[in-house]
Ligand binder design. Structure first.
Ligand code: SF4
Ligand code: SF4
Ligand code: FES
Length: 264
């Protein structure tokens, strides 16, 4: 995975922050810069190209204007989930976001790191808390057998398999995490992606630790903290619906509580 930080520019090099195409055929791009909590905006004039993505813009700046600009990407095709940033105020996967869809009438872009995560440098957010919450939500698969055991046979039409299918393609981009106001208010909230992962596990017939996973997502900061306002659904770039999974966890958690109190 590349982080995009390169050696400092040679001060004898010509200023390349100006476009290399006729004026008018360029975009004004404001980029948030700084380490940790520092923040300042720098403006660049970037040549406009056909079918240009936001990641193309950031890459042009890093290659032609400021090699010290830090950002993160890997696949460029919407698979790895590493390129998410805030673009004109909204979290987006930048490698699949076409500039023409987001520049608006002002023909300008403001690019910032993902909200709700600390900044490492410039556009690279520190994803540690996001992944730690997957662990806290019991998001690690625990098999009922080892690799020498028979393959599990799962009915593709079973409700559990369908529930898993609906959430399994998550690419861990943290766009939903950045879009969620409850994450902003409550640093302990596990967030939509971790809870969506937990939902796929508690519906997976092969998962041996469903009870443990349910216990973790039912605790403080878990599924019951979700306000169901659906910002995660609105922003998820691959169309997943974490709100639906979280609603499923809430139902299951309440049913389990009734069942346990009935057993006393
Ligand atoms: S529905 Fe829940 S998880 Fe999704 S954005 Fe709203 S509060 Fe966050
Ligand atoms: S649920 Fe969607 S937005 Fe959230 S991390 Fe997964 S792919 Fe990204
Ligand atoms: S670079 Fe991999 S999803 Fe954007």
């Amino acid at each position: 995975m590349e982080t995009g930080t390169a050696p400092q520019p040679d001060s004898t090099e010509p200023d390349r922050t100006k476009p290399d195409v006729p004026l008018g055929d360029y975009l004004t791009v404001r980029v948030s810069r700084g380490k940790g909590p520092e923040n300042r905006y720098e403006e660049f004039q970037v040549p406009r190209r056909e079918n240009q993505t936001v990641l193309d813009i950031v890459t042009w700046i890093q290659r032609n204007a400021d090699p010290a600009l830090s950002y993160r990407f890997a696949c460029r095709v919407g698979v790895c989930g590493s390129c998410a940033m805030t673009v004109n105020g909204k979290p987006r996967w930048t490698c699949r976001t076409h500039v023409s869809k987001v520049i608006g009438k002002e023909r300008s872009l403001t690019i910032e790191p993902l909200r709700n995560l600390p900044r490492i440098k410039d556009l690279a957010a520190d994803m540690s808390a996001f992944f730690e919450k997957w662990q806290q939500a019991g998001g690690r698969f625990a098999g009922k057998t080892d690799r020498t055991g028979p393959l599990a046979r799962i009915d593709p039409e079973s409700p559990g398999r369908k529930a898993v299918d609906a959430g399994i393609e998550c690419i861990n981009c943290a766009v939903c995490y950045s879009a969620c106001d409850v994450v902003t208010w409550d640093e302990d909230y596990l967030g939509p992606a971790a809870l969506n992962r937990a939902w796929t596990l508690v519906n997976d017939e092969r998962h041996a630790e469903k009870r443990e996973t349910m216990k973790k997502v039912s605790a403080a900061g878990g599924c019951h903290s979700c306000h169901s306002h659906g910002s995660c659904v609105e922003h998820c770039p691959i169309g997943l619906n974490p709100t639906a999974g979280i609603a499923g966890l809430k139902r299951r958690s309440v049913l389990q509580t009734f069942r346990l109190s009935g057993e006393k």
